[in-house]
Design a protein around this ligand. Structure first.
Ligand SMILES: NC(=O)c1ccc[n+]([C@@H]2O[C@H](COP(=O)([O-])OP(=O)(O)OC[C@H]3O[C@@H](n4cnc5c(N)ncnc54)[C@H](O)[C@@H]3O)[C@@H](O)[C@H]2O)c1
Length: 266
């Protein structure tokens, strides 16, 4: 499989690239970034020279004939890249978060008639995906649910894509609330009760020292149940990236969420 990594000079691009270099059946044929243009990808990733380069032009990437793009860049660029990938019949797996719902809907429509596949994956961590699946199973047995998501202080978007996906999936098994504030509630400081997505309150914490963490708290009479997941190293996302690449053949033209490749009895 010929792979191009977009955002290859970033934290995720480099972490995933270093692991991908070790695969026997995958080859990084190009990188794309505004930084490190012209650099040898092997050298960039602290390995032997690969004679494959980082580009900042789509045409130059196209000439390397990638079969699949892995994108860890920024939302605006990811949207542009997805449209370009569809138009050039290249599969694209998108890890970049913060893509607007309207953009995703336009992409979904365009992908339906495409030759290639679009796979949007807000979280590649298999543990986090398990947490989402289990949360959906637990939800019907509880009266309330709130999510606390915690990330490093360089993260641009909030709430996290994982928290949004969790709330969306929970709502499919139980709708917990209709409004952010109940009739008797008030906030002395704006936003104290967090954001409100699909009937679930979501609280976002950004601090140096964190990477990617989430707790899903359920409550009912006399008891609480907490699911907790921690990504403590960026390599935690790699098994999910490989699962996504190898699982592409099982997917339709547009897929959202790694959970679609994880089967769990429920
Ligand atoms: N899906 C997941 O599991 C997962 C996990 C971690 C991070 N992420 C997401 O991945 C994205 C990247 O995260 P990061 O920590 O690597 O960020 P980063 O800032 O370290 O890397 C982003 C890269 O994109 C490049 N870039 C910026 N503008 C560009 C442009 N116009 N053209 C080309 N390249 C450009 C930057 O130069 C940089 O190298 C974020 O959206 C983050 O939330 C997703």
């Amino acid at each position: 499989m010929k792979v191009a990594i977009f955002g290859i000079c970033g934290k995720m691009g480099q972490a995933i690239g270093r692991e991908l270099l070790k695969e026997q059946d995958m080859e990084i044929v190009a990188g794309f970034d505004i930084k490190g243009v012209g650099q040898d990808i092997g050298s960039l990733l602290g390995s032997e020279k690969t004679k494959t380069l980082v580009y900042d032009q789509y045409d130059a990437v196209c000439k390397q004939s990638p079969e699949v793009i892995i994108d860890f860049s920024i939302a605006d660029i990811a949207v542009k890249t997805i449209h370009w990938a569809i138009e050039n019949s290249i599969h694209i797996i998108v890890g970049t978060t913060g893509i607007d719902q309207n953009d995703l809907e336009q992409i979904r429509i365009k992908a339906e008639s495409a030759q290639s596949k679009v796979f949007i994956v807000p979280n590649f961590s298999i543990g986090a995906m398990m947490m989402i699946k289990v949360a959906s199973l637990i939800a019907p047995y509880f009266d309330g649910c709130e999510i606390i998501e915690m990330h490093h202080d360089q993260k641009k978007d909030a709430p996290s894509g994982t928290a949004m996906l969790t709330a969306e999936q929970i709502e499919k098994s139980k709708k917990f609330g209709q409004a952010r504030l109940k009739g008797f509630e008030s906030e002395s400081a704006e936003g104290s009760r967090g954001s409100f997505l699909n009937g679930v309150h979501v609280h976002s914490i950004r601090l140096p020292g964190l990477l990617a963490h989430q707790k899903v708290l359920f409550g009912t009479k006399g008891q609480t149940l907490t699911l907790s997941h921690d990504s403590i190293d960026r390599t935690s996302f790699y098994p999910g990236v490989v699962l996504a690449i190898r699982g592409l053949k099982k997917l339709g033209h547009y897929t959202y969420g790694l959970d679609k490749l994880i089967e769990i009895e429920g």
